[in-house]
Design a protein around this ligand. Structure first.
Ligand code: GLU
Length: 312
């Protein structure tokens, strides 16, 4: 199985690195527009602890919305009832930054992975404190999970997003008007922009996802990060909501719980089998990595990894 995995990762890396059609790099955050679309990296960590890497596996990129997974874990560990009192658990079928649905539904975001839902979750982590407290807590969690204290938020990306994040500001103010968020909007947004600006490599990200392939226990430390039930539920949300209005298509093509970000990264979980991170900055029209998705499709089919596969 390991020989197959090594060969498959090498084949996928060669294919994706040479692909002519690579998607469009996000340019609505000016700092992200500077990243070359030529990159491709992937890391697969298996349940027995082996790491198989390809391409730009150790190059940092902006994790963007993949951070929503970590802020959700942090908020759930503080007060799960408060999380579910303010955000739903339904796929949105709308763009990641849609305003219209939030207004139609009285200021309650559909799920924690669209921008509005993530801002509402981050507000619970920031809890009206100095904005450094919230981002500090999220960074501590990510560093612990990845086993790497060097992971940091990229100040230039956070500044770039804050300077242009008018839609996110609109969502936050609208939710404040509805009582969906408690804290000062500026503090919550600053925390959100800094969490999105966390820079990680595929290797660090795949390590940070290990607890989800392993029923909530970090296999590197033996620490219980979340209960088995919560790990299953987070995976359910990743599958149903992790790719915005392309979540159904991703479940259809790949069949694994995963969370994407507009930096071009995707963290995917094959429960009991592997934690997988891929990165290629060019995006589909829905804001998901084009080649990252194609790579996961090839990997999942090649290894027979799918939550819908009885043998997985
Ligand atoms: N920071 C991005 C935003 O709020 C996150 C979007 C994404 O990665 O999908 O627009």
């Amino acid at each position: 199985m390991m020989a197959d995995l090594h060969r498959l990762v090498a084949e996928i890396t060669a294919e994706m690195s040479a692909a002519a059609v690579r998607g469009r790099v996000a340019d609505y955050i000016p700092e992200l527009a500077k990243v070359s679309p030529d990159h491709f990296g992937m890391v697969v960590i298996t349940a027995d602890g082996r790491e198989v890497a390809g391409g730009d596996a150790d190059m940092d990129f902006s994790i963007q919305s993949i951070s929503k997974l970590f802020s959700l874990v942090e908020a759930l560990s503080r007060d799960a009832d408060a999380v579910w009192a303010r955000v739903g658990r339904e796929p949105s079928g709308s763009a990641f930054n849609s305003i219209v649905q939030l207004e139609a539904e009285g200021g309650r975001p559909r799920n924690p992975f669209i921008n509005a839902g993530a801002i509402a979750v981050t507000d619970l982590v920031a809890a009206g404190e100095d904005s450094r407290a919230g981002i500090g807590a999220i960074l501590r969690l990510v560093r612990d999970l990845a086993g790497d204290d060097s992971i940091a938020s990229d100040g230039a990306v956070a500044y770039s997003e804050a300077a242009t994040g008018h839609r996110n500001a609109a969502l936050a103010h609208f939710m404040k008007a509805h009582g969906t968020i408690d804290g000062p909007v500026d503090t919550t947004l600053s925390t959100y922009f800094h969490q999105c600006a966390i820079a990680m490599s595929c290797r660090q990200l795949a390590r940070a996802g290990r607890f989800l392939m392993n029923g909530g226990i970090d296999p590197a430390t033996g620490h219980c990060i979340v209960s088995p039930e919560r790990a299953r539920r987070i995976a359910a949300l990743m599958l149903s909501c992790g790719h915005y209005d392309a979540s159904g298509e991703f479940a259809f093509q790949v069949g694994l719980p995963a969370k994407s970000g507009v930096g071009g990264g995707i963290l995917a979980i094959a429960p009991g089998r592997a934690s997988i991170a891929v990165w290629s900055p060019g995006l589909s029209p829905q804001g998901n990595s084009l080649l990252g998705t194609a790579a996961l499709e090839r990997l999942a089919h090649g290894m027979g990894w799918s939550v819908f596969n009885p043998d997985c």
